[in-house]
Design a protein around this ligand. Structure first.
Ligand code: ADP
Ligand code: F6P
Length: 319
């Protein structure tokens, strides 16, 4: 292993820069050359590459987004696209890749390592926290804290004006962010893709609460369980109470990474280089109970079961 390549791909996540920094500096420390690949797999297909050294990653540990840019690249799903990417890898004498992204990025890594024999190590970076073999993905803690900050502000106005707010958070098919912010933000209810939605029960509780004098509510909706606007419309139809809707959207993807995400990204980056130097491939780095955990990329992309019951029940009890 003389030269490695590093890319960020799919949806950006805060802490990707901290991971790039760690990969580059740990590799340079181990006398490896580093090529930065721009715009994920698109940068491989179109040979958008930059030579990186120690200084190329100065002052980025605290920055959201990714200095390498990121993209979704439909061309890489095709045989021809992958062949072009492999030519770029060979032409530029890249001996192994560090792929920073979510499950789509990992599927690209499976193709490159299994079909084209390119050594690949994946680092999980997505706000959705939907990767198997790791308790946390880079960016998920920052996203939760960003959403929480917004929800705290919504609570001020909800309480003052005695209103029902329905707040939609991201997470694709996963209820991770919703569950975390619901518990951390003291939400009155949460709708998760992992749980069956019972609008009658939700509305019954709101009406009952109203009778007891409880007039302000924050209901968190994971985007994977429906649109906040639809839920709010149903609540108004069924209770005749006014609602307000907030869709937090892409703010959850930006901002300076939390200390947790920076530390995670830094540990993961160094581990990826160690694995490549040991001749490993098609592996994903993760963390379980604060210990580094290595799994096959195939396992990492298999459906992650989010265990929601204990926190979900607590939310119901504490409402
Ligand atoms: P994320 O990595 O955040 O889940 P995507 O699902 O958008 O993001 O995937 C990022 C990119 O990974 C895609 O645009 C595509 O280039 C590549 N990719 C996704 N799935 C596959 C696959 N099955 N085979 C090869 N490449 C894939
Ligand atoms: O996977 C990260 C994520 O932010 C999801 O939570 C969300 O569903 C999706 O990406 C949004 O994608 P886009 O940036 O293409 O709008």
């Amino acid at each position: 292993m003389k030269r490695i390549g590093v890319l960020t791909s799919g949806g950006d996540a805060s802490g990707m820069n901290a991971a790039i920094r760690s990969v580059v500096r740990y590799a340079v420390h181990n006398k490896l050359e580093v090529t930065g690949i721009c715009r994920g797999y698109a940068g491989l297909v179109n040979e958008e590459l930059k030579i990186f050294d120690h200084r190329s990653v100065s002052n980025i540990i605290n920055r959201g987004g990714t200095i390498l840019k990121t993209a979704r690249c439909p061309e890489f799903l095709t045989e021809e696209g992958q062949a072009r990417a492999v030519s770029a890898i060979k032409n530029n004498k890249i001996d192994g890749l560090v792929l920073i992204g979510g499950d789509g990025t990992y599927r690209g890594g499976i193709a490159l390592s299994k079909k084209w024999s390119i050594p690949c190590i994946g680092l999980p970076a997505t706000i959705d926290n939907d990767i198997n073999g790791t308790d946390s993905t880079i960016g998920s803690d920052t996203a939760v804290n960003t959403a929480l900050e917004a929800i705290d502000k919504i609570r001020d106005t909800a309480t003052s004006m005695e209103r029902i707010f329905v707040v939609e958070v991201m997470g694709r098919e996963s209820g991770f962010i919703a569950l975390q912010v619901a518990i951390g933000g003291g939400a009155e209810d949460v709708l998760l893709p992992e749980k069956k939605i019972d609008m009658h029960e939700i509305c019954h509780q709101i009406v009952e609460g109203n009778i007891r004098g409880k007039v302000s509510w924050i209901i968190i909706v994971a985007e994977g369980s429906g649109r906040a606007q639809d839920i709010a419309d149903k609540i108004t139809d069924m209770t005749s109470l006014e609602t307000r809707v907030v869709v937090l959207g892409h703010v959850q993807r930006g901002g300076a990474p939390t200390s947790r995400d920076r530390i995670l990204a830094t540990r993961f980056g160094a581990e990826a280089i160690d694995l490549l130097m040991k001749g490993e491939s098609s592996k994903a780095v993760g963390i379980v109970s604060d210990n580094i955990n290595i799994v096959d990329l195939e396992f990492a992309v298999s459906k992650k079961e989010l265990r929601v019951d204990s926190l979900y029940n607590l939310i119901k009890i504490l409402t």
